[in-house]
Design a protein around this ligand. Structure first.
Ligand SMILES: Cc1cc2nc3c(=O)[nH]c(=O)nc-3n(C[C@H](O)[C@H](O)[C@H](O)COP(=O)(O)O)c2cc1C
Length: 479
């Protein structure tokens, strides 16, 4: 695994998977190039010589938009299929033994330090990414670092972050997110919340910041455990919070209670493909120190209208987590879990070996409760038999189309949490702050009580297929 963002970019460059772009403008041009390339599942992009900014002040985007890039970034064996990666990650993270970060005195992030009046968040060529964005979002592929005031553990989470003025940022963390809970604890004591934000860093810690680890599990310690070496950190001058020593750009400061300061944030082109949450007040960060490397690289991961992927092509953040959580309930028979749809967050599929009546419904309702964490997340839950590959949506739809009588197979249950980003909320629901959605449960397993009498699948046996493939080898090479 790489020590910093630059190591990953060099690996992509060596493999001719990185395109350098010179002279594109921060004002919509970089965002639109990113959108067009992302839609085509094109190469990683490194923008330089951005008009109005020193050469060397760069922006990297589209770094995780293919399965191969994701595997390189996170150190997976490149020959692994999606289900192998998910199973490996689920099993590995189960063995988690915290490896705390190592504090060092110096690191590249300290190459430039600006404090107090010198702080200027417009120093970097932060793009206006989408046409109707309400401002320049420096935080798209960022990490917000906060410490729980009561329990003392340190969280990393990814939340969008807009620049308001030279020294003020806002960050939108939705209800229930760890930074939201932590900052509210400080505010309840009448204190500002200390925050560090990194805008460009090594990919393992970044990836973990986008995955909902259990409350109390620090992404720093998980990154150390997974890579086998502690994350090197320097201590923030104002907050004492750990700052990854190889980060590219870091803002450090305090988030006051919203009653003291809150700014209008948004709209922003969101992961659902819309500007749904509009413009509203969000908590701010008053920046006291700005740290950055020489020739800093801002990492951008702005959403693009689906189906282009904002998150991981192989859905570690949803499928591996859901699989793990389902297993932890002690339930038996689960063969595989995958999550499809926008952001790989919306359509959960669980394949299982049915062992008793009601098994599929039990698994589905647990999955519906466990796959959550934002608008639309886990809105559709599909259970399939063990012969269906949950990562193959065509196969899943074959099961839905052929094994279900909709009159019995589909259940709609109202009242689950969604968020203001949910495009399907009516204006009246928004007005009432009624942030709930129904979830749809589709039981595409054969009915348990006659599963031994279902029609045979029309496909040659494995033995016959192997024999024919051996005999007619030439026919099958290259297809
Ligand atoms: C590129 C990207 C942007 C994201 N933006 C937000 C956001 O603006 N607000 C939010 O609450 N979650 C956002 N998320 C999801 C959170 O990062 C994710 O839920 C994470 O688990 C939050 O960390 P936590 O569990 O420690 O709170 C984003 C994820 C990605 C990959």
């Amino acid at each position: 695994m790489f020590d910093d963002l630059r190591g990953f970019l060099s690996a992509l460059e060596e493999r001719e998977m990185l395109e350098k772009v010179k002279g594109a403008n921060w004002d919509l041009e970089i965002g639109t190039i990113h959108e067009l390339v992302t839609e085509k599942y094109g190469p990683a992009l490194l923008f330089d010589e951005i008009p109005g900014y020193p050469a060397g002040y760069r922006i990297a985007t589209n770094l995780l938009n293919s399965r191969l890039m994701q595997k390189i970034a996170m150190g997976f064996d490149e020959s692994m299929g999606d289900m192998d990666v998910l199973r490996f990650w689920k099993d590995k993270t189960k063995e988690f033994v915290p490896l705390p970060p190592e504090e060092v005195k110096d690191g590249p992030v300290l190459e430039n330090v600006m404090s107090g009046d010198e702080v200027d968040m417009f120093k970097f060529p932060t793009p206006k990414w989408h046409m109707h964005d309400g401002g320049r979002y420096i935080g798209t592929g960022m990490i917000a670092i906060t410490k729980d005031p009561d329990e003392g553990w340190v969280n990393c989470g990814t939340y969008r972050c807009m620049i308001h003025d030279e020294k003020t940022l806002s960050f939108y963390a939705s209800p229930g997110k760890h930074a939201t809970i932590m900052r509210e604890k400080y505010w309840a004591k009448g204190e500002p919340c200390p925050v560090v934000m990194c805008f460009g860093q090594e990919m393992l810690l970044y990836s973990l910041a986008t995955i909902s680890l259990p409350w109390g599990a620090s992404e720093f310690e998980m990154a150390g455990f997974l890579s086998g070496k502690p994350v090197k950190v320097v201590k923030g001058k104002a907050t004492g919070l750990p700052i990854p020593a190889t980060a590219e750009i870091v803002a450090e400061g305090f988030a006051p209670p919203p009653s003291e300061d809150a700014r209008l944030e948004g709209p922003f082109g969101e992961w659902t493909g819309y500007y749904a949450s509009g413009r509203k007040e969000a908590p701010v960060l008053k920046v006291e120190n700005l740290y950055f490397r020489n020739d800093p690289i801002l990492f951008g991961q702005p959403p693009v209208k689906p189906p282009a992927n904002l998150w991981f092509p192989i859905p570690l953040h949803t499928a591996a987590t859901l699989w793990d959580r389902l297993e932890n309930t002690g339930i038996t028979g689960i063969k595989g879990v995958y999550v499809h749809g926008p952001g790989s967050r919306v359509i959960g599929v669980i394949s299982l070996e049915q062992r008793y009546p009601g098994h599929a419904r039990q698994v589905a309702s647990l999955a519906g409760a466990l796959l959550h964490g934002g608008s639309c997340v886990g809105r559709y839950i599909i259970t399939v038999d063990e012969d269906i590959d949950p990562s193959n949506l065509d196969e899943v739809l074959w099961a839905v189309s052929t094994r279900t009588n909709p009159a019995q197979a589909i259940n709609i249950v109202p009242g689950f949490l969604t968020s203001g980003l949910d495009p399907s909320l009516s204006p009246e629901q928004r007005e009432r702050k009624e942030f709930t959605t129904a979830k749809v449960f589709i039981d595409a397993c054969w009915p348990y009580h006659w599963k031994d009498k279902v029609p045979e699948i029309s496909r040659a046996s494995n033995e016959l297929r192997e024999d024919v493939q051996k005999k007619w080898k030439g026919l099958f090479t290259g297809i």
